[in-house]
Design a protein around this ligand. Structure first.
Ligand code: FRU
Length: 514
């Protein structure tokens, strides 16, 4: 039973948290007044203003989908981490929610880092997040103290903090990003760790009540010794296997087409049961081949689908929107994951996204030839659109099957099947907008004579899905000023289009921000 003294301490603590949230919200409102919308997403989750990174606490709770995210509400750079929040009834139209969590305890003094959510047996939402402290109070140079904290909520909107539930073990340098699930009547949790000898690990814990946790085992250590820390691990069943996604921080240089981003996410497939070690059945593969798909987190939808969102943004290079536009970073569209017989993930946009389709002015090509070196404009003056393309490569002589997306008078983002390399390329060297990283990325194509692409274009991003989602490419991409169009281009030969549909997409926000 709470004593009068503990009740008073609790009230004081929640006051401190409420004040911290209020101050952060005021700073965010001030930043919103400066927001430029030229690249601001119309159908992707982003903060009203300020910086975001990882998706956190993904859950369907009390009839709504909740997405929280790493958020610096007062600036366009990574900074003191809070949890921002949006919710949706249908996974398609989204509502802004108040900031969920702000630093207010000694344990989370320097940041509310990433974490996850579950619904407990009493119907309360419980989130486990990392409380972050710099040992010297200002930066990494003196080491960090990272502990796992619990907060609960009756409505998913207002949270009560319960402080540290897992202290940092002695033998780790980093320890963060708890992902919780329930299995056979027990709560399980994985967290990423850097061991004192600089190996990237996933550590497993168990609990009966979400409050008292017992260390179970080092579930996984990256066989790659250059991977010194694994961020944002996520362990979940899919088909008759288990998937372990994680983000290796590594000292290795990029190798060939892989590992090109400052931060890379990937997965291994294996087997696991309570009490056992994780046994790898298929080696590491990238989660996505684009410039910006990091810290993905998954959750189970009420109908059993495994859905995943990733962060589209970057730590290592300045992003165009960051410089002047008052916001930085967005999440990917929600994806449905399935497991192929080849033990590789498939990822496709959730079916619900189809409700954003605007059929007015839709452009359809069927059984059509695009002659050699022709640019066929498909849509004019379009910010957000979707392209479904099927090409018969046996009847195509064009070296590339190229979609020019975000196309302005001074450039475009180039999404193309390249017949010489046999890969699908997402090239933003000519995107045209603002400062930021350039370069191209590409994914292997393995579809024989049938090229199938689905491409989602927003004001500042492009996502490409190959075939049934065997490979994906997700990148922020910032076009130059002026109206944007969409075109299909052939290079030195003919393209035989089996079928193409290009259509606009409606915006997803329930209410405008201002
Ligand atoms: C991954 C990450 C997490 C951490 C969070 C901090 O992008 O570095 O490991 O919890 O972001 O914002």
């Amino acid at each position: 039973e709470p004593t009068a003294e503990s009740a008073a301490a609790h009230a004081a603590a929640s006051h401190v948290h409420a004040d911290a949230l209020e101050r952060a919200a005021a700073a965010n409102t001030a930043l919103l007044a400066t927001r430029d919308d030229r690249w601001y997403p119309t159908f992707h989750i982003a903060a009203p203003a300020g910086w975001i990174n990882d998706p956190n606490g993904l859950i369907h709770f009390q009839g709504r989908y909740h997405v929280y995210f790493q958020h610096h509400p007062a600036g366009t750079d990574w900074g003191t981490m809070h949890w921002g929040h949006v919710s949706s009834e249908d996974l398609v139209t989204w509502r802004r929610e108040p900031l969920a969590l702000a630093p207010s305890l000694e344990a989370d003094r320097d940041g509310i880092f990433s974490g996850s959510a579950v619904e407990d047996e009493d119907g309360t939402l419980a989130v486990l997040y990392t409380g972050h402290r710099w040992n010297n109070g200002t930066d990494d140079s003196g080491g960090v103290t990272q502990v796992q904290c619990l907060a609960t909520s009756e409505d998913g909107v207002r949270f009560t903090k319960h402080g540290t539930v897992i202290e940092a073990p002695q033998d780790v340098l980093d320890f963060r990003d708890p992902k919780v699930w329930r299995q056979d009547g027990t709560w399980w949790l994985v967290a990423g760790a850097q061991s004192t000898d600089h190996r990237g690990q996933v550590r497993l814990y168990r609990s009966e009540d979400l409050r008292e946790w017992t260390f179970a085992t080092v579930l996984f250590e990256d066989p790659d010794p250059s991977a010194y820390m694994l961020e944002c691990p996520d362990l979940f069943p899919l088909g008759d296997r288990w998937v372990l996604t994680y983000c290796p921080m590594t000292t290795a240089r990029p190798a060939g087409y892989a590992g090109r981003n400052g931060h890379n996410a990937g997965y291994v497939i294996g087997d696991w049961a309570p009490g056992e070690q994780f046994r790898t059945a298929a080696e590491y593969r990238p989660a996505d081949w684009g410039h910006t798909y990091y810290a993905p987190q998954s959750f189970e939808a009420p109908d059993g689908r495994r859905l995943q969102l990733g962060w589209m943004g970057g730590f290592t290079l300045p992003l165009a929107s960051q410089a002047e536009d008052g916001w930085s970073g967005q999440l990917s569209v929600p994806r449905e994951l399935t497991l192929g017989e080849d033990l590789r993930l498939r990822a496709l946009p959730v079916a619900e996204l189809a409700t954003l389709r605007d059929s007015a002015g839709e452009r359809v090509l069927e059984d059509a030839d695009i002659p050699s070196d022709v640019t066929e404009v498909l849509l004019e003056d379009v910010d957000a659109c979707e392209i479904e393309l099927e090409v018969d490569l046996a009847r195509t002589t064009s070296e590339q099957v190229a979609l020019e997306v975000q196309r302005t008078a001074s450039g475009c983002t180039w999404v193309a099947y390249d017949d010489q390399s046999g890969r699908v390329v997402l090239d933003r060297r000519t995107s045209g907008g603002g400062p930021g990283d350039r370069g191209y990325r590409s994914a292997p194509f393995d579809g024989g004579d049938t090229l199938r692409l689905r491409v989602l274009v927003d004001r500042g991003s492009v996502e490409v899905f190959l075939g049934e989602g065997e490979e994906t490419l997700s990148s922020l991409a910032f076009p130059a000023d002026g109206p944007r169009s969409l075109a299909l281009t052939s290079v030195g030969g003919v393209i035989h289009v089996t079928r193409l549909v290009a259509r606009r997409l409606h915006p997803m926000w329930e209410t405008p921000d201002r």
